[in-house]
Each structure stands twice: as C-alpha cells, then as structure tokens.
Design a binder for this molecule. Structure first.
Ligand SMILES: [Zn+2]
Length: 409
C-alpha cells in the first residue's frame, strides 16, 4: 500500500512516509494522534486543497484504478480527509476504514463510506442522532449502488421533454442489489431484515421474520430504503409522513413517530428515503420511527441530489451528455457523476473517455480572480450559478471539447 499525490488525471509523486503516518494517525487510528501529527496532517491537506490535488491509494492492485481520497473542508468544520469515488480500498488497507476523526466537528453529517454493520439500534432514543445515522446510511447505500453515476451511452431522451431514461435495471433494483448483503442490526443482512418496498410496511410487519425477531432480546430493529413521492412535514399535532403515489392517483402515507429530515422546504419529491423500523415484544404493531430523505431527480433515473434546486442543472447536463455523443467537436459518451458529499469536489464531474474530468459547480460563485494558466492543460471548472442556460451550455461544451481533444501523448 502506497499513497501518491493525484493530479485529477493520474497518480504522480509519492507522499512522504512521515505524512502518510500523520494522516493514518489523525484520521484512522483508534487512539488520538499526537499534536504534531494532527498539525502535520492538517497542514498537508490545506496545501493539497489549495493546489486542487487529491490522494491516490494503490491498494486495489496494479491493474486497478486507485482508491481516491481528498481534502474536504465543509463550512463550520475543520479540514479533514475524505474517501470518495467508485473504487474501494482493499479490506486490508490502513485507509479502508470509515473515517472517524473529523466527524467530531461535523456530527450531523458523518462522512465517507460507512463501515458495516449499518446499525441503527444504538441511535434509537438519541434524538437527531438517529436521523444523522439514517442520512449516513442513505448516502452510503446510494453511493454504493452507483446510481449517481450516469453513462451517456446508456442514456436516452424520454417520451416527455426533460425526461431521460437509462437502459438496464430500475433505480430501485440497482439500490436493492447493491445493499442486499450489507449487514444491518443484529447480524441480519438487509435482505433478511430490511424492506425495499415501503408500500409493503403493513404486510411486512406480520412476516414471520419480524415476529421472530421481535421476540428476541430488544425486539426487531430494521431499515427500509426506497423512493417516495412526497414528504408530509410535521404540523401542529399532526405527524410527519412519507407519501407514495399509485398509478391510479391513490396515495399511501407512511406516518413517522419523529419528523423526517433532509427534505429542505419543499414537500414535492421524489425523494430517496431511509426509514428506521422497530418492534419490541410489547408493541402491537411495527413502529416507523423516523426517516431521512435526499431529493432524487425523478423516478426514471433516480439520480440522488444534495439539493432539490439541483434538478434543473442536472437535467441540463443530461441533455448536454446526449448532445455530446454526436456533436462533431466531442463525439463521445461521457460519464456524469453527481457526488453526494459536499465540499470534496464539484456538484457534477464529467469524465471523458480519455480520462479527463470537467467539474461543474451549481451554487458557487465563479472566482473573480484566477491565476492565469493555473489549470495547465486541465479543463477549467464551469460555474453555472446565475448564468443564462444558453451561455452555460456553451461553456460546458467548450470545456468538454477541450478535455476530449487534449493531446494526451
Ligand atoms: Zn488503500
């Protein structure tokens, strides 16, 4: 296992051993790091962040792409190391564990891939911590399913304008397949004690598995992950809920004991939801404790978003990705990724077949001053905030054309 600097194209120089040791001690050790190690790790991450560089870990093997890590500096929190991307570290790698340190400054938004088991029992009765845990599980499940990563080759325009369809399994199937074998509470895997179809909550409550588990010490604790159409915010005296709409316009509402979190101000979905379920031996029915949700673009693609306001720019990018398949200056199928964790990379990352990336920011102001040539032959990021759509599309196309046609020799 060796760590290298990654310049957003490829690994470059090795990271010195004392810095690797400081990173390991600061973010991955079970004991607290020495002050000098903590300071060295933070100073290193600040330099990386200023230079827009990442870290590559070669533990997946020589013929595999590296596992990526990057400095992340959310608002109101200290800079810390963050694992991201589709490639997982080897199980034996020192950097494979979920990052614990750093989250002490950012308790409501725990970061990065999540170690198994995805337990919720310890968080029951802990107020908002249960919602924070569900948010963490939901992001981990969606990231693991790869549903926020779209291949233009699989993407077509739908029947209605602004609708897009992907070939292959449905979003719900992809998420279900990705988490089926994940261990959740009480040594159960999701397939055994989890629930994918929220509509079947009533039926599920009476399954033999739930009855049997409810009789064991502490009762049954389970998890439901799926897509819902709307949320019902809690109002005076009325509970919060999740709404599933049927094809015939019927509505099925799952009421929650504690208010849903993550829905911002708009009740309109769709949303991805992670729901905590519980049934003690003394409970007459299955209890739906609470839920955490994340906006989804729509039911057809299921692309999860960090904000409902991202629906419009994401649709623009899907339209552009289809356009770039045949446009003379690009003629390629890009991959689009919409990262689910703030503050590590852009809101959208467009990868071209020759391994280049164009980053797009949706909500950040374009920097006023920029060092000329600081991006070298890397395409500069595109800032969409406040731009008329026509101008935004032109800038995106120019950046992708530059990325596709750069001399890679
Ligand atoms: Zn590794």
């Amino acid at each position: 296992m060796a760590l290298h600097i990654h310049n957003r194209k490829q690994p470059t120089e090795p990271i010195p051993t004392d810095v690797v040791d400081a990173l390991r001690a600061t973010y991955f050790a079970t004991r607290y790091p020495s002050q000098s190690q903590h300071d060295a790790a933070q100073a290193f991450l600040k330099r990386l962040r200023a230079a827009r560089l990442w870290i590559a870990c070669d533990c997946p093997g020589e013929d595999q792409p590296p596992a990526l890590m990057a400095p992340r500096e959310p608002e109101h929190a200290e800079i810390h190391l963050f694992q991201f991307g589709q490639v997982q570290h080897a199980a034996s790698c020192d950097f494979a564990r979920a990052i614990e340190r750093g989250s002490q400054h950012d308790a409501t938004r725990l970061q990065g891939p999540l170690d198994e088991p995805w337990t919720i029992r310890p968080f029951i009765g802990a107020g908002g911590l249960l919602n924070a845990r569900l948010d963490q599980i939901l992001r981990a499940a969606l990231t693991r399913s790869g549903i926020g990563r779209i291949q233009a080759a699989d993407l077509e325009r739908g029947e209605r304008p602004g609708c897009y369809v992907q070939s292959g399994a449905t979003p719900a199937q992809r998420v279900g397949d990705a988490i089926r074998h994940v261990e959740i509470d009480d040594h159960q895997v999701y397939e055994q004690a989890g629930l994918h179809h929220l509509r079947s909550i009533a039926k599920f409550a009476h399954t033999e598995a739930v009855r049997r588990l409810a009789r064991t010490t502490g009762g049954y604790v389970g998890l439901a992950i799926g897509m819902v159409d709307e949320v019902v915010p809690a109002e005076s005296g009325k509970p919060s809920g999740l709404v599933l709409g049927g094809r015939q316009g019927d509505r099925f509402v799952v009421y929650l004991e504690q208010p849903v979190t993550g829905a911002e101000t708009s009740p309109k979905g769709p949303y991805w939801a992670a729901v905590a379920l519980c049934r003690k031996e003394t409970d007459t029915a299955l209890r739906v404790l609470t839920a955490s949700v994340l906006p989804a673009l729509d039911r057809l693609t299921g692309i999860p978003l960090t904000s409902g306001a991202h629906r419009a720019p994401v649709r623009m990018l899907l339209e552009q990705a289809i356009f770039w398949k045949t446009w003379a200056s690009t003629q390629c199928s890009v991959a689009l990724e919409f990262p689910l964790y703030d503050g590590v990379s852009a809101d959208a990352v467009i990868s071209t077949p020759n391994g280049r990336m164009v980053e797009a920011y949706f909500d950040v102001d374009e920097p006023v001053t920029r060092a000329p040539g600081s991006w070298g032959d890397l395409p500069e990021p595109v800032y969409l905030k406040g731009k008329p759509p026509a101008k935004a599309r032109l800038q995106l196309s120019a950046a992708v054309a530059k990325a596709v046609n750069v001399n890679t020799a």
